[in-house]
Write a protein that binds this ligand. Structure first.
Ligand SMILES: O=P(O)(O)O[C@@H]1C[C@H](O)[C@@H](CO)O1
Ligand SMILES: Nc1nc2[nH]cnc2c(=O)[nH]1
Length: 321
């Protein structure tokens, strides 16, 4: 079998094969096999093959991580690693999630970008879904920015709106499932991390400034996200329960990534694209579906790309001050 290869884009955006990579090894089966040293070796594998040193890591959610025109394609001087070429990395199984880790410049800011993420419903345990966040940390990333697609419960939200996440309700955690379960390595973070300030207030302030500058305040909100396991969408009774709990939008990701990021001291920020309105009425014939989720992501791609590009610049400028 030929060795796996990373793809490098030249100045015209044409893909070219970079130097051969070592064959990917098998994924750790247990959380106890996914040691600090193993994550360190994955980070080193990447650092050996890229020259840029990103401090911002981006996870693109459904609709933003597809083929042409997506955020990762906007990166310049990019080097891209299909997930199957990275040792110990999981591979995504969801339509619309590409499965590449891309290093490059967004505007003039070096970033690394996950084009496709891992969800619990794909059959991976949460610690494995969130493992790339620890890789980002050991690559040197200090800020995690995550996007997702979500169903809107809040009456004020319309399809296509953006919700800056100010807090979450971790329903998977309520059911005894958390990415930090299992042995804890203090080199990542403490056994019992605080999570009440998970969504950084300063970055949220910058994001609201960006919304004002882009004149999209009318479609931008701040609210509470809740994660469910999926892959089935919610029943009407479940949506009504979530509404009563104070949830503004519901999805199937992000929370395990943010918990893992906060555990290892990364600053985190996340937002939802409201791709569908949650159905609350037993008389309604509407049904959510993944195709509308992907379509809305594609429609909003230019706005979200600009939103993230401007935010990344603000974070970098803020760091320099
Ligand atoms: O990865 P995200 O959270 O953006 O994807 C959401 C949840 C499911 O994976 C999918 C449902 O359409 O969209
Ligand atoms: N759980 C859930 N995830 C989504 N992702 C996009 N829309 C939805 C939704 O309505 N519910």
């Amino acid at each position: 079998m030929s060795p796996a290869r990373a793809m490098v884009q030249d100045a015209n955006g044409a893909a070219a094969a970079a130097k051969p990579l070592a064959n990917s090894s098998k994924l750790p089966k247990e959380v106890s096999d996914c040691t600090y040293e193993l994550i360190e070796s994955v980070a080193q594998f990447l650092l050996d093959r890229v020259s840029i040193r990103p401090k911002i890591g981006i996870i693109c959610g459904s609709g933003m991580d597809g083929t042409t025109g997506c955020l990762a394609d906007a990166l310049t001087d990019s080097t891209s690693f299909p997930y199957e070429t990275i040792p110990y990395f999981p591979t995504p199984t969801v339509p619309g999630h590409m499965g590449r880790l891309v290093f490059g410049y967004l505007g003039d800011v070096p970033v690394m970008c996950m084009q496709g993420r891992f969800h619990y419903y794909e059959g991976y345990p949460l610690w494995k879904c969130a493992m790339p966040v620890r890789v980002m940390k050991l690559v040197g990333v200090t800020h995690l920015l995550a996007s997702n697609a979500a169903g809107g419960l809040n009456d004020k939200y319309r399809v296509g709106d953006i919700m800056i996440i100010k807090d979450h309700i971790n329903l998977l955690g309520f059911a005894g499932n958390n990415p930090l379960m299992g042995p804890n390595d203090e080199r990542f973070g403490p056994r019992f991390p605080a999570i009440n300030r998970a969504y950084d207030v300063n970055v949220r302030r910058m994001a609201k400034q960006v919304a004002t500058e882009m004149d999209i305040n009318n479609i931008t909100h701040e609210g509470v996200y809740s994660v469910v396991g999926g892959p089935s969408f919610e029943t009407i009774a479940e949506i009504r329960m979530l509404g009563a709990l104070g949830v503004d939008a519901v999805g199937m990701s992000t929370v395990h990534e943010v918990i893992t990021a906060r555990h290892c001291g990364m600053t985190s920020f996340a937002f939802s694209l409201i791709t569908n309105k949650s159905v609350t009425d037993y008389e309604s014939y509407e049904e959510p579906n993944h195709e509308e989720v992907i379509d809305m992501g594609k429609q909003r791609e230019p706005v979200l790309k600009e939103f993230i590009t401007r935010l990344v610049k603000k974070i970098e400028d803020d760091r320099d001050e």
